[in-house]
Design a protein around this ligand. Structure first.
Ligand code: HEC
Length: 191
């Protein structure tokens, strides 16, 4: 009995120490994650992803970012007339909220970057995000990402910055908004 009690005591002490250690490393991971999200927030807000990816509302000084729909992309169900024909050196046109763009590539609609499971980046992995930005391919693998999404510039980010942007995008409130598929130039011309 005398031998058993100290042994149990040692095991208990060890278990307490391990739990405490896990607690500190958990806190350290949490802090690293929070710092990454903060860096991502800084990058996304200073680069201006919202210019194209956040719907706008009309304020006293013109269109302003609608924070209740932060980064949720071109609003589904928006009725848009056909874009004006390109004339002379004028090549592209944008909707008033800059979420829809027409040009020689057809019409593109800014994507929903919120973590919504069905309509946003919910199912995306960090690798898919890095590949999309680096290769300019939808979801990292399929069709080319259309203008004016400046992936050719954003691919110069370091991996660490792209991961920070992705971590931040995962932290914003999910918004259910199914952005339409792009319209091809032929379809545009037929209308
Ligand atoms: C000048 C407008 C513009 C800006 C600024 C912009 N985007 Fe985009 N983005 C678009 C458009 C338009 C699309 C849709 C393109 C398409 O359908 O091919 C898009 C698509 C995307 C996609 C989806 C790619 C895919 O696989 O379908 C991601 C991710 C993305 N943008 C991230 C960002 C991030 C992050 C920023 C800021 C660092 C940003 N964008 C800034 C216009 C923009």
């Amino acid at each position: 009995m005398k031998r058993v009690i100290p042994a149990a005591g040692i095991i208990l002490a060890a278990a307490v120490a391990v739990t405490a250690w896990q607690g500190t490393s958990g806190k350290r991971n949490q802090r690293a994650h929070d710092e990454r999200v903060a860096r991502g927030n800084y990058l996304v807000s200073s680069i201006g992803c919202s210019d194209c990816h956040t719907p706008k509302k009309m304020g006293p000084e013109g269109p302003e970012v609608d924070m209740t729909r932060l980064l949720s992309g071109h609003p589904e169900g928006t009725e848009l007339p056909d874009p004006p024909a390109a004339v002379g050196p004028w090549m592209a046109s944008a909707s008033w909220d800059m979420t829809a763009w027409a040009g020689p590539w057809g019409i593109s609609f800014a994507a929903n970057l919120t973590p919504d499971q069905n309509t946003g980046l919910g199912i995306w992995t960090e690798d898919m995000f890095l590949n999309a930005i680096r290769k300019g391919r939808h979801m990292g693998v399929s069709r080319p990402i259309l203008p004016p999404m400046p992936w050719q510039v954003f691919r110069n980010f370091t991996d660490e910055d792209l991961k920070a942007i992705f971590a931040y995008l995962r932290s914003v409130p999910p918004v259910h908004n199914r952005v339409p598929e792009p319209v091809e130039p032929q379809v545009m011309a037929a209308n």
